[in-house]
Design a protein around this ligand. Structure first.
Ligand code: HEM
Length: 424
């Protein structure tokens, strides 16, 4: 007979509701303490038998088997908001949706959103000023909402209907005590993929550049800038100058060359290391739930039907067995060789198995482009002593926001084009 999961060592039970109070009060701390009890830690959550899985092989075993381990009751509660969408669906319905939606998130198709991501980040940076204190969490929520609204609805967050949708989301997210915005919207987005955004963006840009060129042509003033220099440039032999079309192309090239583009993504090595390390210490999804749909096994242990299975990125990502100095932020640890030796089931910010996050590529691209775009212009320092309190709801968030001070960088010609912070 397979060993019984309830015979494994467990934290002491201090109340009639089992471990429910401790889990409710401090889920991350409590689950981290549970880690010391073993690979599978039996828990009692009110009347529901549950367990925390801390062995990476077992974690993979659970996440791979979507038939025996279905989404937890907690995830199913989301159905009131999300209906039968991809995140909450099960069985054949999920499988059909996933097959249909997967191509929409193919890297080639989401690449075009990169321009929107950079564009909105730059718009945000226009409103930032040297020396200001910002709640960077609020700024990022607003920015990513703008981006996702643009990508999904082709709409500005502050305008008309989009504002209504944004507000509705806000209310719903508060109701769930947390926000998992991308997941709500993907289903809304599914029947209306956008194909014309790129061309529209170029047309708008063209309109703006041609207007500038025309204004400059008819203006008495000739500011000492690149446009003037380009307009005045003359072929020494033939005297020919650039026509408007070529000027437009040069201006566009110069403007875009200053932005980190998708082609840069592969080169933004340190940026990507910073993002990986940030998601290690602060995984947006910090606890995932499953439920045994049938009597089954994990790692050879008997798991009864109806048992809740908890898997925690927070607990695994800070596991001292796999991460040297686990509580320290060390982006440099993410070398390709080191990553290769990391067992599966230890680091999984986007989940694993058949239900792995469908927006993974989109989210990684967004984080990389936003961070690289901001870091070109600003240095961001935490306001000292500001309390950072991780609050795990559906997604992890800083309970009191995240206060930072902005330091603007200027392009210093003596530094080979590298940005140096300007001390003002
Ligand atoms: C840093 C950002 C993100 C993180 C850390 C993240 C994390 C996750 C995780 C851990 C899961 C698996 C949940 C489970 O197995 O129970 C998941 C599923 C999912 N995510 Fe994300 N996600 C992110 C961004 C996005 C974005 C941008 C989108 C869409 C635009 C998205 C759409 C989805 C969907 C639809 C599912 C359900 C997939 C399925 O069940 O087949 N996510 N996400």
């Amino acid at each position: 007979m397979a060993p019984d999961v309830f015979e494994l060592s467990a934290p002491p039970v201090n109340s009639i509701v089992g471990h429910l109070l401790e889990l409710g009060q401090d889920p991350l701390g409590f689950l981290t303490r549970c880690r010391d009890y073993g690979d599978i830690v039996p828990l009692q959550l009110g009347l529901t038998p549950a367990c925390l899985v801390t062995n990476p092989e077992y974690i993979e075993e659970v996440l791979k088997n979507r038939h025996n381990f279905i989404k937890s009751r907690g995830s199913r509660a989301l159905k009131t908001l999300l209906g039968e969408g991809l995140l909450t669906a099960e069985g054949e319905s999920w499988f059909w949706q996933r097959r249909l939606i997967q191509p929409v998130f193919h890297q080639k198709r989401i690449n075009k959103y990169g321009e929107i991501m950079v564009e909105y980040t730059n718009q945000m940076l226009q409103t930032w000023h040297d020396g200001e204190t910002h709640d960077i969490h609020a700024d990022m929520m607003h920015l990513t909402l703008q981006i996702v609204m643009k990508c999904i609805f082709s709409a500005e967050v502050d305008a008309g209907e989009a504002k209504v949708v944004a507000n509705a989301l806000d209310v719903a997210m508060q109701w769930f005590e947390s926000k998992r915005r991308q997941n709500f919207l993907v289903w809304e987005w599914f029947p209306r993929p956008e194909n014309i955004r790129y061309r529209r963006a170029i047309a708008q840009m063209d309109e703006a550049i041609y207007k500038l060129i025309q204004e400059r042509r008819h203006s008495e003033e000739k500011p000492n800038d690149l446009l003037t220099m380009l307009m005045e440039a003359k072929d020494e032999e033939t005297g020919q100058q650039m026509d408007d079309k070529l000027l437009r192309d040069e201006v566009a090239t110069l403007m875009l060359a200053r932005l980190p583009t998708l082609e840069d993504l592969g080169q933004l090595v340190y940026t990507q290391q910073v993002i990986k390390e940030s998601m290690r210490l602060y995984p947006p999804v910090s606890i995932m739930g499953r439920e045994a749909a049938v009597d089954t096994h994990i790692g050879g242990y008997e798991i009864p039907q109806g048992m809740s299975i908890m898997i925690s990125q927070w607990v695994m990502h800070r596991h001292p067995k796999y991460f040297a100095d686990p509580e320290t932020f060390q982006p440099e640890r993410w070398t390709p060789e080191w990553e290769k030796q990391l067992p599966k089931g230890v680091y999984f910010p986007f989940g694993s198995g058949p239900r792995i996050c469908i927006g993974k590529g989109f989210a990684q691209m967004e984080a990389t482009l936003i961070l690289a775009t901001i870091a070109q212009s600003f240095q961001i320092d935490l306001v000292p002593e500001y309390p950072i309190v991780p609050q795990p709801s559906i997604t992890l968030r800083p309970e009191h926001g995240l206060k930072v001070r902005l330091k603007q960088m200027a392009l210093d010609a003596s530094q080979d084009g590298k940005h140096q912070p300007v001390q003002r």
